[in-house]
Design a protein around this ligand. Sequence first.
Ligand SMILES: NC(=O)c1ccc[n+]([C@@H]2O[C@H](COP(=O)([O-])OP(=O)(O)OC[C@H]3O[C@@H](n4cnc5c(N)ncnc54)[C@H](OP(=O)(O)O)[C@@H]3O)[C@@H](O)[C@H]2O)c1
Length: 229
Amino acid sequence: MTTTVITGANRGIGLEFVRRCIDRGDTVIAGCRNPSDANDLASLAPAQILQVDVGDQASINEFADFIEEDVHLVINNAGTSATNLGLERGLAGVLHAPVDLTLDLIRINGLSAASVTRSLLHRLTEGSKVVNITSQIGSMVVGAKFDDLPYATSKAVMNMVTVQLATQLRERGITVVAFHPGWVRTDMGGSQADISVEESAGGILSAAEQLRLEDSGSFLRWDGTVHPW
Ligand SMILES: NC(=O)c1ccc[n+]([C@@H]2O[C@H](COP(=O)([O-])OP(=O)(O)OC[C@H]3O[C@@H](n4cnc5c(N)ncnc54)[C@H](OP(=O)(O)O)[C@@H]3O)[C@@H](O)[C@H]2O)c1
């Protein structure tokens, strides 16, 4: 029996991860900021719905305290954008973006993958996998052309967290990878995006099933192909 922990589970790609993991028989522990408003999530009836704000260490610690079983898969999916934190779109570029807001986004989108994984370390066993939902915009290649400093740096940090966790956890037999989910039709991706949540989450889960320890530290696309750093 696989126990899967998913953050940002109440909508978008995270909700689709929950649906698919339940369908394939996983015990799903779903984290979200506001469980009382998470009606779509509740309708899927995961084993547990727990409150977690991944930008808040105390909230992460409390979330982890409620998890009392071995965890086989962690999906660090929760994420947001500079505009969601209140920044005007035209002010997100490297010549304008406020440093404090950029640091807030780095904490939520980047460092949270380290904080959540650390908080669950005592529940991870040999063979466990950690899947970090990053973005191609966190790559030096793609991010260079994207005029949004907070989002690009936050996902670049998540990428660094991924490779460092992979190094530190290899001896314990834990695989850690980063996935670019594609440009996905969600509140974040918008209605004009390329692919559906079904294609994105379905692709990531199939690719994650095939992962072996030798793959730890990889940056992959939702379809399992390798993404350049
Ligand atoms: N959609 C795309 O095209 C795309 C492309 C590349 C990468 N991604 C990444 O994929 C992941 C999922 O994105 P999505 O498209 O599904 O976005 P979404 O529809 O906007 O959903 C984002 C999810 O993250 C949660 N979240 C935001 N801030 C949080 C916090 N501080 N603590 C806990 N949960 C928080 C949201 O919860 P609330 O409902 O409480 O806000 C929501 O559940 C994100 O990491 C995103 O950066 C998406």
